[in-house]
Design a protein around this ligand. Structure first.
Ligand code: M6R
Length: 612
């Protein structure tokens, strides 16, 4: 999720690179750097902070610099510091590289290098091992060295390397992290995202996984994983800069909804082993006895993160047999909760800066309670102050309405529940196998929900919904928090007043509000309560409510009773909230666009609420 720009051409390379980095900076980054050849010498300048801070650190540079690479970082491994910023350099100082993605086996490579005393390390990042590996494999051809180095690597990468021994040449490689090559006249560029290149060219090649490329000012050669030359079709870029920043989508929110399969996959990466049916959260450094000793968990968060917590309660209680209380942070902090050292507080915050959540974290720590933070932002206040951190790797979320961060928060909670369940001996191996395999299958299932064909199933209903000023979401059991989150999303971006009810509560009051045509979105993904939910849906239909059901394929009783249905691919009921959230996000999105609302920046709201 970091930004990459590489340049080889006849213009002033640093001006082009800095301009490209600025075009990527709108997503918010924490550090930046460049590497270039100045009079045959490889120079690296990098600093924590913005691209403007980097420009300051660079000072005046020769206009004769024609090749270079630049990077904006969104910290993953290692804090946002000068040292951890990219580019990273090999020990000999002749090779530098920038990298997006995660090198999963970097610890063992680093240890091997330290044991052999072959390299010294100057950062905490996973990326630095790549620079050293390329150096180890370098015999005069950077492309070959990169290919050989990557054979030792597990993980994802979009990378660009340069060497002072091959001036004018960029070498890049891709696996699970995007790279495009912009084709210019007397110049070629490499970038992680299109906005960085469109000021220079509208012609591009998109690298596929397993491909490598050698790029100079007048030649681009792409190779497959076997080292064979590949003929690539050119892509003509027709987007303007604003559309390009949104990946061609009309709004960041839609782009972020579409990024969910990748965000979920990234958050599980290295933490689940599907073949062994296990979760590994050793990164949290809990002793098994400590996990066994907990008597209660508090989950504290705000807004969407609170809804993730509500789901976490049922999931953790079920799998780890541990009582969980979930509280809105602004309430928790002022109500003098009964805290003691047999408890664990889990705070959830996408931004890691929400004032109430941060205050709740501080309160818990003051009372001697250990705090585990689930957050998306490395270096955020929450991440700095918590005892333990479980990062969600959703990447920068720009739209005010949280989507991909929410889904990855859910994943983090499943991982905790399974990990704790195993440590506490409360989950059967068979069940653990099933759920872990179910988790591994989620990215593909999410992709299938996000196809145009699938999305088209809810558009007509959204046109109807958009005409109303009030709507309801109902569900039972795990479907109830999903309904709450669906209602929040709809309120937030379409300004339609939406209420979520536990379906069984309808008859205790809200049924009085059901009138002919009123939109009611019914979540019906939980087999154990399906009959009951269907009865509640009938109560609504009988009063003329316009029901849209979200259910699992194979739940045939639903289709016998309701016409407007969105089917999710079948999944273990406990995992259904990850899938069912997506149609609710899309319903909110299409209702909001039908009403012409400001989707990415809804009125009165901020992305991160840093005041009380
Ligand atoms: O950054 P945080 O996760 O702490 O933010 C919490 C809420 O402000 C946030 O989830 C808010 O409710 C979203 N705008 C909902 O889409």
């Amino acid at each position: 999720m970091c930004g990459i720009v590489g340049y080889a051409g006849n213009k002033e390379a640093l001006a082009v690179i800095i301009d490209g980095l600025k075009k990527l900076e709108y997503r918010g980054y924490d550090s930046a750097g460049v590497a270039f050849l100045d009079d045959g010498e490889l120079v690296v300048v990098k600093s924590a902070g913005s691209v403007a801070a980097l420009e300051g650190a660079m000072g005046e540079r020769s206009s004769e610099i024609k090749t270079g690479i630049g990077h904006t970082r969104w910290a993953t491994h290692g804090r946002p510091t000068d040292e951890n910023a990219h580019p990273h350099r090999s020990c000999c100082g002749e090779i530098a590289l920038i990298h997006n993605g995660i090198i999963e086996n970097y610890r063992s490579i680093r240890q091997r290098m330290l044991d052999q005393k072959t390299h010294t390390f100057s950062s905490e990042t996973d990326t630095e091992v790549l620079a050293h590996l390329i150096e180890e494999n370098y015999e005069g051809d950077l492309l070959k060295a990169v290919r050989r180095a990557l054979k030792e690597v597990k993980g994802s990468y979009g990378l660009v390397a340069i060497s002072s021994r091959e001036p004018g040449r960029l070498v890049c490689a891709r696996q699970d992290s995007p790279l495009v090559i912009g084709l210019g006249k007397g110049e070629n560029l490499v970038a992680s995202d299109i906005p960085a290149i469109i000021a220079h060219t509208r012609r591009a090649l998109v690298l596929e996984d397993g491909e490598f490329a050698s790029v100079t000012m007048d030649k681009v050669e792409v190779y497959d994983h076997k080292g064979l030359l590949v003929e690539k079709d050119e892509l003509e870029i027709t987007w303007d800069i604003e559309a390009a920043e949104k990946g061609g989508y009309d709004h960041f929110m839609l782009k972020e909804i579409m990024e969910q399969p990748a965000a979920v996959k990234e958050t599980m990466r290295q933490r689940i082993n599907a073949s062994e049916g296990r979760v590994d959260l050793s990164e949290l450094e809990f002793a098994a006895d400590q996990i066994k000793s907990f008597e209660k968990i508090y989950i504290v968060a705000c807004g969407t993160a609170y809804h993730a917590g509500l789901l976490g309660k049922t999931i953790i209680e079920r799998l780890a047999n541990l009582p969980v209380e979930v509280e809105v942070a602004s309430e928790f902090r002022y109500r003098e909760p009964l805290l003691n050292d047999k408890q664990l507080v889990i705070v959830i915050s996408q931004s890691g800066e929400t004032a109430d959540t941060l205050a709740a974290l501080r309160l818990a720590r003051e009372k001697g309670v250990s705090v585990l933070a689930i957050t998306n932002v490395v270096g955020s206040s929450v991440s700095r102050e918590a005892d333990r951190i479980l990062y969600t790797w959703a990447g920068p979320e720009i739209a005010v309405a949280s989507t991909k961060a929410y889904l990855t928060q859910l994943i983090a909670l499943y991982l905790i529940a399974i990990y704790f369940g195993e440590a506490r001996g409360t989950i059967e191996k068979k069940e653990m196998d099933e759920i872990v395999n179910g988790l591994a299958a989620l990215p593909a299932k999410l992709k299938s929900i996000l196809t145009e064909e699938s999305v088209s199933r809810l558009r007509t209903y959204c046109e109807h919904l958009a005409k109303w000023e009030s709507a309801f979401f109902i569900g039972r059991n795990l479907d109830y928090p999903v309904a709450m989150e669906g209602a929040l999303k709809l309120k937030e971006i379409s300004y339609i007043h939406a209420e979520a009810y536990a379906a069984g509560e309808l008859k205790h009051g809200p049924l009085a509000l059901i009138v002919e045509g009123i939109p009611v979105i019914a979540l019906a993904t939980q087999q154990a309560v399906l009959d009951k939910t269907l009865s509640n849906i009938q109560e609504v239909i009988a009063r003329g409510g316009a029901v849209f059901a979200i259910t699992q394929e194979g739940f045939n009783d639903v289709s016998k009773q309701i016409e407007a249905i969105f089917y999710l691919p079948p999944t273990d009921d406990i995992l259904a909230p990850v899938l069912s959230a997506v149609p609710t996000q899309l319903i909110a999105y299409y209702a909001a666009t039908a009403r012409g609302s400001s989707v990415d920046k809804p009125r009165n709201l901020a992305k991160s609420v840093t005041v009380e």
